[in-house]
Unconditional design. Sequence first.
Length: 106
Amino acid sequence: MTNENNLPQDAICILEEQIQLTLTDLCCACAVHTEQIIELVDVGVLEPLGGEPAQWRFGGASLHRARMALRLQRDLEINLAGAALALELLDEIESLRMRLRATGGG
């Protein structure tokens, strides 16, 4: 499977795993204030490495999750807890799809 850049999905996953973003980097990439990213961490949408915000490092997948959560909030007017729940359910769906593919059912 490829994406819009014609890169294999595996290549995208490897790049996401290698990227390390600071809190400032993530805020800039999402065009939001620091407080919004901290709220995403507080509700469990994002799980940074590091003990405090100045030391936090986010993997590339965090950028995707943050943008999805922020888009849910903005476009669908879902509150932060609702966005966190929606992302959790989307993760579960993806996990089930992967298990189905692994068993030859999809």
